[in-house]
Write a protein that binds this ligand. Structure first.
Ligand code: SF4
Ligand code: SF4
Length: 69
């Protein structure tokens, strides 16, 4: 199964990835990182198809996509 990891300290909370993901894998949390940004998190990791759209669109290169375990 593909999966993603989001480096919360790189995230600026722009939510481009949340809007771009065709499978609604990514959502938000009320937690903030050290810079004070409310960061994105995988909320439906099981739905990820490994398309990498989220990683491509992220302006801060905070997302890694793993296509295999
Ligand atoms: S790789 Fe594709 S399906 Fe998976 S979280 Fe990113 S945009 Fe969504
Ligand atoms: S696109 Fe990148 S910086 Fe923006 S919310 Fe998603 S992970 Fe964070």
């Amino acid at each position: 199964m593909p999966k993603i990891e989001i480096e919360s300290e790189f995230c600026k909370g722009c939510l481009f990835c949340v809007e771009a993901c065709p499978k609604d894998v990514i959502g938000t949390t009320s937690a903030v990182n050290d810079k004070g940004y409310q960061y994105a998190v995988p909320v439906h990791q099981e739905n990820c198809i490994g398309c990498s759209i989220c990683a491509i669109i992220c302006p801060d290169a905070a997302i890694e996509v793993y296509k295999e375990d």
